[in-house]
Write a protein of this length. Sequence first.
Lengths: 230, 387, 385
Amino acid sequence: MNNIVELIEITKSYRRGSEIISVLRDINLSIPQGEFLAIMGPSGSGKSTLLNLIAGIDRPDSGRIIVSGIDITTLSEDELARWRAFHVGFIFQFYNLIPVLTAFENVELPLLLTGLSKGERREHAITALKIVGLEHRLNHYPSQLSGGEQQRVAIARAIVTDPSIIVADEPTGDLDKYSAEQVLDLLAGLNSQFNKTIIMVTHDPRAAAKAKTIRHLDKGILNATRETSF
Amino acid sequence: MTPLVIYNLRNIRTRRLTSLLTGLGMAFVVFVFSSVMMMAEGLERALVDTGSYDNVIVIRRAAQAEVQSTIPRNEASIVETLPWIEKDIDGRNLSERELVVLISLLKKDGSPSNVVIRGTGEKSLSIRRQVRLKEGRMPRPGSTEIAAGTSIKKGFQGLEPGSRLRFALREWTVVGIFDAGNTAFSSEIWADIDSLMQAFRRPVYSSLVFKLRDPEDFSFVKRAIETDPRLSLEAKREIDFYKEQSEVMARFLRILGSSFSIVFSLGAIIGAMITMYAQVSNRIQEIGTLRVLGFQKRDILMSFLLESVMLSLAGGIAGLIFSSFLQFYTVSTLNWQTFSELAFRFRLTPGIVLKSLVFSIIMGIAGGILPALRASRLNIVNALRTG
Amino acid sequence: MLLVKLLFRNAFRQRLRSILTIAATTIAILAFGFLRTIVDAWYSGVEASSPKRLVTRNAISLTTPLPISYKDKIKKVRGVSLVSYGNWFGGIYISEKNFIPNFAVEPASYLELYPEYVLSAEEKKAFLQDRKGCIAGRKVAEEFKWRIGDTIVLKGTIFPGEWEFTLRGIYRGLRPTTDETQLFFHFDYLNERLKKIYPQRADHVGFFLIGIDDPRRAAEISLEIDSLFKNSLAETLTETEKAFQLGFVAMTEAILITIKLISYVIIIIILAIVANTMSMNVRERLSEYAVMKTMGFSWPHISVLVFGESLVITTTGAVSGMILTFPAAKIFVDAMGTLLPVFNITEKTLILDFIISIAVGISAGLLPAWKAINVPVQRALTKIG
């Protein structure tokens, strides 16, 4: 199978005062194209760190991270930023939309880095918002949207550049049950219909259940692979 | 004192950059305010110190300065017969006829300015206690010798003892330096009256100065001189005469200083308002908590007002510290009223310190009051829910 | 365009704070423009001077007179086209508070030398014919509500006594820099009276004003005039009108420097205020910048956002300050009356206003921009707001 993400011998530790805390130890992980992976684990298990490494917003102490054939650990800060613009869509727990921009403008924002024309940008953004079912909310500001709607706008923003991978950090952590369901179905749909590779960190078993694969991270060590029925 | 002082101090310290920038704005306003006031004060003080309470200066009526005044010999003689003039041990009048002319000399930076040359007699020194010989000697009667005041020697070229100066077709030798402290005399050059009158072909005097036997006799002197039909002169207490000479410039400086301080302070007040509004909105939850703990609206109001005043007062003190260094600095400029050079120092007085501090407290209150009111009026429940 | 839109919206996100900051900038620019204009007013005599005019005065100082007989000698110097002369009279109108510069001049040659004092033909004729006549500038006449034909009495300070004149004309300035606050009367009127009361002071003038044909020969002609009177009782000092006026300015340099320094202090004050606003704005939005970084935006974009926001605030304040300078100056000039002969807001002042607002905007954005650029991307994972 064609692996889109390959983590080789990844270690990462943090310094807290004089103490060095080891977060990830010799992690090896391959994620095939079209995967919907849920990473579970208790707080402090290092799952968010792992996600940040894959998304290129943090760097490992040692090891290599290969995404779509590129070793991102060798990229400079600026190269990494450009790489993220084309390859990664990030979904946050608290949606993190820019409050002064409308839903449409929030989705359009990452397209500024792509060199598309204004018309093309508009087209892409509206398509993304249609996919998440919010084409009727284009000119609403985040404060005028519900939590679930805000997260769907955030998903539209993550997919609008057609990235290689979508990473989601506790995407349902701040949502009620019904909205969480909607968001998860949306992610699952993106995976099944558009064959998007999705990597999601969660500690909610119901969320993890929507994924194809679940992996547990505990004390910096990855174990137990389980295919879920879908 | 409200129990929240420590809380306010901690907050100021936590938001270091913001507090620093806000205080800096205040500090510069107070700096402008105090330094211009110090300049006006220094100018005034220099001229007030120049005059003595028990000295009388007689000039032509309506002349505003000695350069403009002319006193014929016969009128001078009439004045010298007045009975209220102090006598020296030899029984001579402690009075002196003097001539004031302006000459253009080059400053050390090369630009020309007008300097007072005063034709003096042997008693000129004893009439003015504040003038002391510092180096060399005073000009001898009938000689082309001159003595320079300390400020003039410092600010202008070629006034070292022994050097020569050429004006009015003669060579004049600097034979002495006199120190008149921080007064206008320090900005003068003194020469012998008779030589000076000959050199300038001036048949009349500029002024007549004498010491009173009893300082309270001034009103008799004034009446006697100003009602005598043979005289077209007027008498002034020396102290008032010199004070008047600082009026225009000191007033100009005070108006300039206070009007611009007020305008600038609007800026600083707005700065404090911005900071305090931000403090209030950052601490809405804390305010709610404090209210739950039992602090009253008044305590919250006072607490934020106090925080703003602490900032502005700190700024004010910093501004005063900057401006106090100006005291070591001497300004030399042309006095518009006498048209001659005058050197003076910036002077920091307790009055200026007090005014500056009051000014900064007012800025703090003005900047803090609206945000403090907003903080005190927050609804407790809503405040707690925010975050 | 979206980035520009975003930076504009950011600038007004904290509306009260932004409005206050803009208001503070407006006040600062207004004050700065005013102080610069006061400094310009100081130099107005220099600005109004003509390269074709020289001033000759006694080398000892301005207060020492020259014999009137010098006139004929000066006239013979090659290149001199016209010689006028006069005296600073220093008379007081009613009270010392009324500041009116007044001069006794030889009227016909003086008006010829100063074409910028514009009089109608009738006014000019009436003034030249009346030995006791005088003319005054438009501003003084307005201030004291003088009409042509009024009798004006000045109290002499240098030349004792009461002096009566009849107002024969009100002159207007040819250019905005022309001083319209002065009063001129016949030198002969002064001289004849002096001959009676102070014969030794008669036939002396304070200055000669010399018209020359070729400004390039100014230095040469000046030297030639001064050499005529070398080693005489009254040696002369001749310089161009501009140098003469600059000499005046230099004498009160200390005050001028003070005003200039004050005008820079207001810039520091406003810099502190804008920097404070920007640092608060950026600090509150750090996680948004982090989110943008996860999307792949990097330092150029974030710099545009932060500096753009800062510049929006300062330039808005500057433009409103510049606009307000005009009505404010009008009020100020009306209040000051003749104390301020010339008070014109120059193009240079406005350009300087604008440059300052840009400089303040950029300096105020430096530290916040650095912070925003260096925010750790992980910060994006915390809640916005």
